[in-house]
Design a protein around this ligand. Structure first.
Ligand SMILES: C[S@@+](CC[C@H](N)C(=O)[O-])C[C@H]1O[C@@H](n2cnc3c(N)ncnc32)[C@H](O)[C@@H]1O
Length: 277
């Protein structure tokens, strides 16, 4: 049976596909056949019975809400090809905005940079790919996540330092020119946590106490001590947290506080500078 016939048959058998889009199915087929999109359209290849059965199992996982990145065990982030599995949060396209804002603000001059709560390594590795002279440390509390970050570093032929630490506990004062973090910021009672996609992701990567603000606060407070003179902190936060995050930056002595919007036009990132004497 060729691909077109196989797809029509699968559609007939799964008339009520709700989460698994046509694009998802195509990407899964590419993975199963280990071919490119061009090959798929040009050759209309055959799917064996075994390949059809595998495809149906993957579609079933997608229909149960599992993120496509976990099923495919990969995702594109910035210019990187990242291995992804359930040990880490699936990097989101909006986090690329954070990478973009940092690159806009700093040239390629050598800097010391810390990516706190690195997960898959997405932010730190993207920065490393663009600024090879920067010394980048990627840290996370979760050793399993760090195994994924290490794998992604090797996969993308990059070099960062990978450190197991609870936020800023293990670092020396005044060492970093830039600290960046996309920390857990959802509230534990946020109903989205139990939604189809998020319920498959590590809770430790998603939610924090104090209405999602506990980790953000710890990072803002302690980065003020750890940043070098004129060092900058960049953090991602939730839709409804702008006022509280800006107030934490102000309270902790940051200046040049800037807010940045995500692709939907919502304020989701804040940066501030520490100017010590
Ligand atoms: C929202 S995820 C961000 C992952 C990745 N930076 C990204 O943007 O895709 C938050 C990360 O913070 C880590 N984390 C949670 N608590 C932590 C702590 N106390 N110290 C360091 N990292 C922590 C989690 O393991 C998770 O990898």
């Amino acid at each position: 049976m060729d691909l077109n016939s196989a797809l029509s048959q699968i559609k007939l058998r799964n008339q009520n596909l709700e989460l698994c889009s046509q694009l998802d199915i195509e990407l899964l087929v590419l993975d199963i056949l280990k071919i490119s999109k061009n090959d798929l359209y040009r050759d209309n290849p055959l799917l064996s019975q075994d390949q059809q059965d595998r495809l149906l199992k993957l579609i079933d996982r997608r229909e149960k809400g599992e993120p496509l990145a976990y099923i495919r065990e990969k995702i594109g982030f910035w210019n990187l090809d990242l291995h992804i599995d359930q040990r880490v949060l699936v990097p989101r396209p909006e986090t690329e905005v954070l990478v973009e804002r940092i690159l806009e603000n700093f040239n390629s001059k050598k800097l010391n940079v810390l990516d706190l709560g690195t997960g898959s390594g997405a932010i730190g590795l993207a920065l490393c790919s663009e600024r090879p002279l920067w010394n980048i440390v990627c840290s996370d509390l979760c050793p399993q996540a760090l195994s994924v970050a290490r794998r992604n570093m090797k996969k993308n032929l990059l070099k960062v330092q990978i450190v197991n630490a609870c936020w800023l506990d293990s670092f020396v004062e005044g060492r970093f020119d830039i600290i960046v973090s996309n920390p857990p910021y959802l509230s534990f009672d946020d109903p989205n946590i139990f939604s189809d996609g998020l319920r498959h992701e590590p809770l430790k990567a998603l939610a924090a106490e104090n209405h999602g603000l506990k980790d953000i606060e710890e990072i803002i407070v302690n980065s003020a001590k750890l940043l070098a003179v004129k060092g900058s902190l960049f953090v991602e936060f939730g839709n409804d947290q702008t006022r509280k995050v800006v107030s934490l930056f102000k309270k902790n002595g940051y200046s040049e506080i800037n807010l940045y919007k995500d692709l939907n036009g919502d304020e989701r990132f804040c940066s501030g500078k520490i100017t010590k004497c």
